[in-house]
Structures are given as structure tokens and as C-alpha cells.
Unconditional design. Structure first.
Length: 872
């Protein structure tokens, strides 16, 4: 090398030329010409001009001594491109070299531009998100202003023409109502909305009664059922346990009530259907008469409980109803726990959709819906599905051709709510429950709700080592075993039923349940209200305790993944927010949730108005036991680290993500890329990407990640992985195609950063150091002066270094954590437990899937088996 060829002469050859870093030019020896390499047609040299018509520079021979910095450029000027083959080759080489450099530059610029485009795209997305947040908040402000104006007292309107006030007690049946209630049920007075709803029911109105858990909804249809001169009331109920309970209680009062479920033999079903056709069939001449057994002495039942699947699938049952209808023996249809139409009817219990047929086939039979948790949207869905009038009117001014609505306050002052932190180790979790029961409710009747069958069994196993007598109850138990457990519980032979909420929730009515414990979060606030509502139905003070832990959120997400993106997530997050709130009265939190959507403004407010209840954990909480922790910088680091890991397709569950951002496992994590031995591995330098690790303790860090998830900085993605089919799942799969792929896959939820996270992640650690963060995140955390036990030391967290020029922030105390030093060191060394974590989730999903599969297939508990295996 040493010189290059000028493609074009400089316009001013005398002009100074910028020096280059190349070696000083030397006058080259002319190399021998290689003819083989000689090009046949060198570039034309015409009149000293180049192609562009510009004059070529003359050849200048430099004196050797004249080796100054300009030499090279001079050489460049004098050496034409075609002078020799080797020179041309070198020129080509050099041009190629330049092109390569430029192409490299181009590629680099392309990468940079693409990265800018990506950033612009994500900033645009972030902008849109923030703008949408802004308009949500602004709409909320507007809505509150409007509500405030609307709630100003206005002149009461005169009732519309033709309106009926069902709250009066001057109906022809009024005195008989009270007498029968006293005689049969022993109740002295009606509870709110009971009498009015019964009046409307007896007047033949289509109606919907929304009363609190334990509010006495059953009486609303049971009393009119026994007052009917003839015929049967058909109650459509979602759960066998609920039907068992109702039928058991009715029979105990001498009321003729039956149910049809999986344990009802075909013989029994046939006999019952004949009884339902009753004397009319006996007297008649048609087919019904032929079926009637002369020896059958039992009178027709006043109430028959069935599942929606029975109505949907059993032709014999439907044809019996048709005969009853023709004979005037169908008194009323009752849809108990009617919110299930909307909450289950679209996915798991599609037979609920078949209830639409009732109005079409039996138009003159009134329908009564009862529920404790039906927001306006659910009511609308319910009415539409049942083909009832979508126009509603209130019970005190009911209009013809409308669905009449009754509601009474959902707040139950005798229930004392509290949320307690759940320990991380399984044994410690159950021990906390044992301690609570032994200290507060020794010998009392209660329920413990768990997420999965495996959880139930673990809890019962450990309870058996204590003084608490407990039994397990879940969908896979044999029906006899279920009945035995319920019976023993009713007779106080056992204190506690440990149940999955899907199997032992709705409608369980034992008056003296003194406590309901949630071993894990409920799937929604409305589930929590329903499940905890099993307590204190006799009106006496009872406790509702929930043990909350961030990692449970991900467990639940995987259990509800099918409905996660169609409302499940929002419901779960609402539940999480309630648990994380350490300040607001639980009654007010429930009220906000229900009133936001409840059709009646009285949902919670009526009793005590908007005043705090003064007896929940938040009302009684000592302000010195919690504090507001500024988690902005922890959140920044966590999101930067997770974002970097995400770029390597990391697969991180919430606990794994917490470990990673806390710097455990030396920044290593599993990735989606499959290596020869399974998953691939990735790693991230937490100091480089985030300026350091998150210095919160494990629990607080997990709580922070959960908060970032709920606030939308993180998102969960679901991944299915195959696992072997258990015999039960295989059986289910073979029984119905409705047991979807859930039966053969486990689902894991991984955390990823969302576009919203770029509020944090787009700023480099240096900029954060220099300028601080724009976003501030505060989180309430519990603090306690007490140690955890023997060997426990109190230790203050090292807060991430605050930025020098950070904007002034609310002053917060440095959080103190109680963590055993040794434990901490062990964690550091051991790093991750990927397999264990996922194994746990696999188990969860397997359990829940079996439970859900029964529901999904329309085979709610054993009834479903009956539907599919013993077709009528
Ligand atoms: N008027 C009344 N006076 C006293 N007790 C009543 C009255 N009405 C109902 N009860 C009692 O209240 C308890 C709850 O009633 P019921 O099972 O009908 O509640 P529910 O509204 O169906 O509740 P859930 O929605 O939680 O199933 C029962 O033990 C019942 O006997």
C-alpha cells in the first residue's frame, strides 16, 4: 500500500490536503507487468481528461527527500487509475476496502436507526398508554362529580302509572306468609327485601333478587313454593353440595324436596319424574298416565333441584317438564346463584346458555333469579340469556313487562375481615393457620379455602398434628365421602372443612360457621365475598381471614389463564389490590368494587353509609406498623434487569424474577431457547444494566414485582408444557372433547416487561444517577419491631444509592427487614430452584385442571359424569 489512486483530480491541486494516518508515502517501484492479469481495455486516456471531462493531473515525480505529509496526496493526484495492473488491483482492493468500511457504517447506522425506530415505537406506545391512563383518571373525576351532583336530594318522583309497590304487606297472601314462615322456619320477621320479593313472586312477576350472602334468598322461593296449591318449583343450582345442603334443610323441616344428581339412580330419577307429574298424570289418559305407578304414594315434591346440565342434556327431564307445563304443574323456575349464567355460562358451564329455552318452551312460568354478587353488567347478561325483559323496575314501583329488581345492602356488619401476610414455606403457612385457630377459634366450626386439591390435602395432613379436627372436600371425592364430610361437619364431629372453593363455596349454609380462612388469595373480590360469606350466617360475629402472598398471584393466573384476557386478570388484580391495601376500610373497598357496577346504589352504603366499619384490620391497624416505602429505584432496577433478561427470552416466574433482580444466582436465568439438555441459559450483569441489584428482602421484592404487574409495568405470558396424563384426566379426555388441552398441558406464567416499563427502562443508570427518575412509586409495607423467632436478627436493607440530583421525594423511612443473615447467605449461594418452582406450578395446574375440567365439561362434580355416562 502506501498510496492510493485519485479517482478524480482535486479541483485545486494546490489546496492543502488533510493528513491521514497511513504510513508516509514512498515513490513506488514500478512492478512488473503480468500479462495474464492485464486487462484488455484500460480506461481511455483522452486529452488528459477523465470520463467526466475533467482534466487529468500531470505526473509529478517527487524527490525522495521531499517526504513530507503532503506526499501521499500528491501521489494520489499523479497516479492515474490505469497505470499498472497491480496498482489497479490494489486500487480495487482499496475501493473494496472502502466499500466494506462504508457498508459496515451503513449496517451500523441501520442498526442504530432500527433501534431508534424501536424506541420511537415503544415511546409512542408508552405515550398512548399514559394518555389512556390520563383520560381514565379524568373520566373518573368527571364521573365522581356527576355522581355527587346526582346524589343531591331531589324531589321524589310520583310512581309511574300501573306501578306496584311490592314492599307493602297488604296483599291477599300477606298474613299467610308470615304465619307459614313462623311455623315452618321459625323466623319472626322478614329480612330486608324478602317479603317484597315474595310478593312479586306470588304476583307472577319475573324477578331478580340481589341479597347479601346469608341474606335469606332461599326463603324467597321456598316459601312461595310450599304455598302453591299444586305443582313443583324447579330450582337450577350450580353445585351438588349446594343442592345437598338445601334439600337436607328442607327435608328436616318436613318439606317435600328432591334433587337429581349423579348419585340418583335411573330408577330413582324415573320414580321422581312420575311424582312430579303427580295426580294429574294419574288422572290423565295420555302417556303420562301410563307412566304413573299406582303404588307410588309419595306426593309430588314442592321443590326439585337440578343442575343446568340436566335441563340441557336430558330429553326425558325436558319432556316431563313439558307435560307438567301442559298440566299446570310447573310453578316457577328459580335460577339460584344466577351470576353463574354470566360468570360460567360462556366458558365452563355452557349448559347455562340452554336456559334460554325456558322462556321459549314455558312462557307463562315465571323465572326468579337470586344472587349475592351481580354487577349491572352481569344482570344485563343474565336477563338476556334467560330471554327475560331487559327493562328493569324497582320492587317499590314495579312496572308491567319489566324484570323486577330487589336488592338489600351487601355489607354484613358481623363479619370481621383481615388480611395477613402468608409465610413463604408451606409448613409455616399451615402453622400460621393452626396458631390462628388454636388461639382464636379453638373448637369452633370453620372452613379453610385452598386453591387446589393438593393444597387441601397438605393443609389437612398438617392440621391432623394439631387439635383441629379437619377433613378435606374437593371435586374428586366420591359422593358418599362428600356427604359424610358434610354430615360430620354439620354435626360438629369435625371442626373444619378444608375445601377448594369450586367445590364447597356457593350456598353452603351452616349458621354457626365462626371463621372462614383463605389459605391463598381468592380469584376475585366477588369470589372472596361469596366464600367468606359462609361465615356468621346466624348473624353472630365471625372472622374472615385471608393469607396473602405475592407468589400466589402467579399461581392463580395460571389457573385462570383461559379467562385471563377476558376479564379474569382485572378481577384477580382487584383482589390483589384489596389485599395490598393496609389503610382503607375493607367495607369501603368492597363497596367501591360492588357499587361501581351494582345496579342498586344501596349495595353497601345503606348500613353505616360510607363510614369505615371500625372493626376490620385496616380500621384497627396501628399506623406505626406500616409505612410507605419509596420503591421507585428498586422498580427501576428490577425493570432494567428484567428487560435485559427479556431480550434473551428469559423464562422467569415471579419468584425467579425476584431472585434475579435481587442478584441471586449471579444474574443467571433460564431461557426459552432449547439447548441439548433442555432449556438454554442466559445471564445479565445487574450492575451494568441497572447500576446494581434490588436490595429489598425476598417478600418485599416479590410484593414489588406483583405491584409492577398490577400497575401494568410487567405482564404475564402463559406457556404450556406437556405433562403425563393421570388416569382421571385420561378418563375425562375420553369422556368428552370439552375437556380441552388443559388436560394434557401444564401452564406456567412468566413475567415480562411491558411497553409501559419504558417509563423507567429508557433512562440509563448514569442518567438516573445524575437526574433522578421521573416516576415515583410508593408501596405500603408492614413493619414490625419483633423478630421472627430464635436466631433472627434485624437487618436494615441497603437502599439503592439515591441519585445525586434526584427531585425531592416524599420522605420515607428506610425499610427494616427481619432476615436471618445465614439464610440470606444460603440463598446467595444456592441461586435458583427452577425445577422446584415449576414443579409446584405443574402440581397446581394439574389439581386445578382436574377440578376445572369437571366444570369445563359441564360435569360439575359427579353430576357431569352422570350426564355423559348415563344418558336418558
Ligand atoms: N327472615 C329470616 N330471619 C332469620 N333467619 C333467616 C331469615 N331468612 C333466612 N334466614 C336464615 O339465614 C340463613 C341464610 O339463608 P340462605 O341460605 O337463604 O341465604 P342466602 O341468601 O341463600 O345466602 P348465600 O347467597 O350465601 O347462599 C339461613 O340459615 C336461614 O335460615
Amino acid at each position: 500500500m502506501g498510496f492510493t489512486y485519485a479517482k478524480e483530480p482535486r479541483e485545486n491541486p494546490q489546496a492543502p490536503v488533510a493528513s491521514t494516518s497511513r504510513p508516509k508515502p514512498r515513490l513506488p517501484d514500478l512492478p512488473p507487468i503480468d500479462l495474464d492479469d492485464f486487462e484488455p481495455s484500460p480506461p481511455p486516456r483522452t486529452n488528459g481528461k477523465n470520463k467526466a471531462g475533467k482534466k487529468q493531473a500531470d505526473v509529478i515525480v517527487l524527490d525522495d527527500e521531499d517526504e513530507d505529509d503532503d506526499d501521499e496526496m500528491e501521489m494520489e493526484e499523479v497516479e492515474p487509475a490505469w497505470t499498472s495492473r497491480p496498482a489497479a488491483a490494489e486500487q480495487r482492493q482499496s475501493v473494496e476496502g472502502e466499500n466494506e468500511e462504508d457498508e459496515e457504517q451503513l449496517a451500523k447506522l441501520d442498526v442504530e436507526l432500527a433501534s431508534l425506530d424501536e424506541q420511537i415505537k415503544s415511546l409512542r406506545q408508552l405515550r398512548a398508554t399514559l394518555q389512556s391512563d390520563r383520560s381514565d383518571i379524568s373520566n373518573r373525576i368527571q364521573a365522581r362529580r356527576k355522581t355527587a351532583i346526582a346524589s343531591q336530594p331531589t324531589k321524589p318522583k310520583a310512581p309511574a302509572k300501573g306501578a306496584v309497590d311490592y314492599t307493602k304487606s297488604n296483599f291477599p297472601w300477606s298474613s299467610q306468609l308470615k304465619t307459614t314462615m313462623k311455623q315452618v322456619w321459625g323466623h319472626q320477621t322478614f329480612r330486608p327485601s324478602q317479603e317484597a320479593a315474595i310478593n312479586a313472586s306470588l304476583a307472577g312477576a319475573e324477578l331478580c333478587a340481589i341479597l347479601p350472602t346469608g341474606g335469606g334468598k332461599s326463603l324467597i322461593y321456598q316459601l312461595p313454593a310450599i304455598l302453591a296449591e299444586k305443582g313443583t318449583t324447579i330450582v337450577i343450582s350450580p353445585l351438588i353440595s349446594l343442592m345437598d345442603d338445601q334439600v337436607y334443610n328442607l327435608k328436616a323441616k318436613g318439606i317435600s324436596a328432591e334433587q337429581i344428581n349423579a348419585s340418583t339412580t335411573q330408577e330413582e330419577v324415573r320414580a321422581l319424574l312420575k311424582r312430579m307429574l303427580g295426580n294429574e298424570a294419574k288422572k290423565g289418559k295420555g302417556k303420562a298416565a301410563k307412566h304413573f305407578d299406582e303404588d307410588e304414594q309419595d306426593p309430588p315434591p314442592k321443590l326439585v333441584y337440578v343442575t343446568p346440565e340436566r335441563l340441557d342434556k336430558s330429553k326425558t327431564f325436558m319432556s316431563t317438564l313439558t307435560k307438567m307445563y301442559d298440566s299446570g304443574l310447573l310453578v316457577r323456575f328459580v335460577i339460584d346463584e344466577a351470576h353463574c349464567i354470566s360468570t360460567m355460562g360462556h366458558d365452563y358451564r355452557t349448559s347455562y346458555q340452554a336456559l334460554r329455552r325456558l322462556k321459549a318452551l314455558f312462557p307463562s312460568v315465571p323465572i326468579l333469579c337470586t344472587t349475592a354478587t351481580a354487577p349491572a353488567s352481569v344482570i344485563a347478561d343474565m336477563l338476556k340469556t334467560l330471554a327475560l325483559p331487559t327493562k328493569t323496575s324497582p320492587g317499590e314501583a314495579a312496572l308491567p313487562n319489566t324484570t323486577v329488581l330487589f336488592s338489600s345492602p351487601l355489607y354484613r356488619p358481623n363479619l370481621i375481615y383481615q388480611v395477613l401476610p402468608k409465610p413463604s414455606a408451606a409448613a409455616a403457612q399451615v402453622q400460621a393457620i393452626i396458631d390462628y385457630i388454636e388461639e382464636t377459634h379453638k373448637g369452633d366450626t370453620g372452613i379453610i379455602y385452598c386453591l387446589t386439591r393438593a393444597d387441601c390435602e397438605n393443609v389437612v395432613r398438617q392440621l391432623s398434628t394439631s387439635s383441629v379436627r379437619a377433613a378435606v372436600y374437593h371435586a374428586q371425592l366420591e359422593n358418599d365421602e362428600k356427604l359424610r364430610v358434610q354430615d360430620q361437619w354439620r354435626r360438629k364431629k369435625i371442626h373444619v372443612v378444608v375445601a377448594t372453593n369450586a367445590s364447597f363455596g356457593l350456598g353452603i349454609d351452616k349458621p354457626d360457621v365462626r371463621f372462614v380462612i383463605h389459605h391463598s388469595l381468592a380469584k376475585s373480590l366477588s369470589n372472596f365475598y361469596q366464600e367468606s360469606g359462609r361465615a356468621g350466617r346466624d348473624g353472630l360475629q365471625s372472622d374472615c381471614v385471608l393469607f396473602s402472598r405475592a407468589a400466589d398471584v402467579s399461581r392463580i393466573s395460571t389457573l385462570i389463564y383461559e379467562s385471563y384476557h377476558s376479564g379474569g386478570k382485572e378481577k384477580l388484580f382487584e383482589m390483589v389490590k384489596m389485599c395490598e391495601d393496609l389503610r382503607t376500610c375493607r367495607k369501603i373497598l368492597f363497596a367501591r368494587s360492588f357499587e361501581a357496577t351494582h345496579s342498586s346504589s344501596s349495595a353497601f352504603a345503606a348500613e353505616g353509609g360510607d363510614e369505615p366499619c371500625q372493626h376490620c384490620d385496616n380500621c384497627l391497624r396501628d399506623p406505626s406498623t406500616y409505612e410507605s416505602l419509596d420503591i421507585s429505584h428498586h422498580a427501576y432496577r428490577a425493570l432494567r434487569i428484567l428487560s435485559a433478561a427479556g431480550k434473551q427470552s428469559a423464562t422467569l416466574t415471579l419468584p425467579q424474577a425476584a431472585d434475579l433482580v435481587r442478584g441471586l444466582g449471579k444474574g443467571g436465568f433460564s431461557t426459552q431457547t432449547q439447548g441439548s439438555k433442555g432449556k438454554g441459559k442466559g445471564s445479565v450483569d445487574v450492575n451494568e444494566v441497572a447500576g446494581g441489584k434490588v436490595t429489598l428482602d425476598k417478600d418485599t421484592c416479590e410484593a414489588m414485582l406483583m405491584r409492577l404487574l398490577v400497575d401494568g409495568y410487567l405482564v404475564e405470558t402463559f406457556h404450556g408444557s406437556e405433562f403425563s396424563l393421570t388416569p382421571l384426566r385420561r378418563l375425562l379426555s375420553s369422556l368428552t372433547s370439552l375437556v380441552r388441552f388443559a388436560a394434557a398441558y401444564s401452564v406456567i406464567a412468566y413475567l415480562q416487561v411491558s411497553s409501559r416499563a419504558s417509563r423507567f427502562t429508557r433512562i440509563s443508570p448514569e442518567d438516573v444517577e445524575a437526574e433522578g427518575l421521573l416516576v415515583e412509586l410508593l408501596m405500603d409495607v408492614r413493619v414490625s419491631g419483633k423478630g421472627k423467632g430464635k436466631g433472627t436478627k434485624r437487618k436494615a436493607t441497603a437502599e439503592p444509592k439515591k441519585p445525586k440530583a434526584a427531585p425531592a421525594k416524599k420522605k420515607t423511612k428506610v425499610q427494616e427487614i427481619e432476615l436471618d443473615d445465614e439464610e440470606e447467605e444460603e440463598e446467595e449461594e444456592e441461586g435458583f430452584f427452577f425445577e422446584d418452582d415449576e414443579g409446584q406450578e405443574d402440581d397446581d395446574v394439574a389439581d386445578a385442571e382436574e377440578e376445572e375440567a369437571l366444570l369445563a365439561s359441564g360435569m360439575t362434580e359427579e353430576d357431569g359424569f352422570e350426564v355423559y355416562s348415563r344418558r336418558d
